[in-house]
Design a protein around this ligand. Structure first.
Ligand SMILES: C[S@@+](CC[C@H](N)C(=O)[O-])C[C@H]1O[C@@H](n2cnc3c(N)ncnc32)[C@H](O)[C@@H]1O
Length: 227
């Protein structure tokens, strides 16, 4: 198979092979995130750790799963049911390998799926996590609608994304990152943090919060209960 340097995630371009190392490498990952995005990689692990607080039997959706970074939140021996969804078959293989490595294979099911058309019924999951995803999705508004749709009323959606905001003087730096990403087809149209907050609210989420940290924004909301 010919290796492409850039291209759609589903085609497993070179970037898709490099990216998981950037979030997982114990020594290089953190400085690279700090340097490139002005943010702290440890926030990702802290956000994933929320999965470990769920009771046995809880159902979690991780989309996009990528190399399986969210699986670090699972506790070996627990009985959480985590569905790792991604549009890339190769990424799901990486997720499955991570599940074995972390001793949580029994808690993880992989699902080849487009976030814009999630193959799950409404109100399915007790937690939806979406790390570093919204900015790569071709339609981030639809992705939010879908992720909230499959969330159980009263349950939380949490995630992170590169947002197309004005980052207090760092705007030019991230404008270049964004332009390069779009040119390489690893970034989608992106959205602002205000767009994401508005779409979450319109989809039926409440207590919507988005906190910027360098080039990355962290969002969190709870699906409202039926009236
Ligand atoms: C930057 S990686 C993030 C992965 C992981 N959440 C993390 O934080 O390491 C983006 C992922 O989004 C996936 N992806 C891109 N478009 C998608 C879509 N429409 N539906 C589902 N996954 C998609 C890619 O295959 C890739 O694994």
């Amino acid at each position: 198979m010919r290796l492409r340097a850039i291209g759609e995630w589903s085609e497993d371009p070179l970037w898709a092979r490099i990216y998981p190392h950037l979030v997982e490498h114990p020594v290089l990952g953190a400085p690279l995130w700090r340097l490139g995005l002005g943010t702290d990689l440890s926030r990702l692990e802290a956000a994933a750790a929320e999965i470990g607080d769920l009771p046995d039997g809880a159902r979690v959706l991780d989309v996009p799963a990528g190399g399986g970074i969210a699986l670090r939140g699972l506790r070996p021996g627990a009985h959480v049911d985590l569905v790792a969804a991604d549009i890339s078959p190769r990424m799901l293989e990486r997720t499955a390998a991570a599940a074995v490595r972390l001793g949580v294979r029994d808690q993880v099911t992989t699902s080849l799926a487009d976030v814009g058309r999630l193959p799950f019924p409404d109100d399915t999951f007790d937690l939806v996590v979406s790390f570093t995803g919204l900015h790569v999705f071709p339609d981030p508004h639809r992705a939010i609608d879908e992720m909230v749709r499959v969330l159980r009323p009263g349950a939380t959606i949490s995630g992170s994304a590169l947002f197309a905001d004005d980052f207090r003087g760092l705007e030019r730096r991230y404008r270049l990152v964004h332009a390069a990403g779009r040119a390489g087809r690893v970034l989608g149209p992106m959205c602002s943090s205000a767009d994401a907050a508005a779409w979450l609210a319109a989809a039926g989420a409440r207590d919507v919060r988005v906190e910027m940290s360098g080039g990355i924004g962290w969002f969190r909301a709870v699906k409202g209960l039926p009236a």
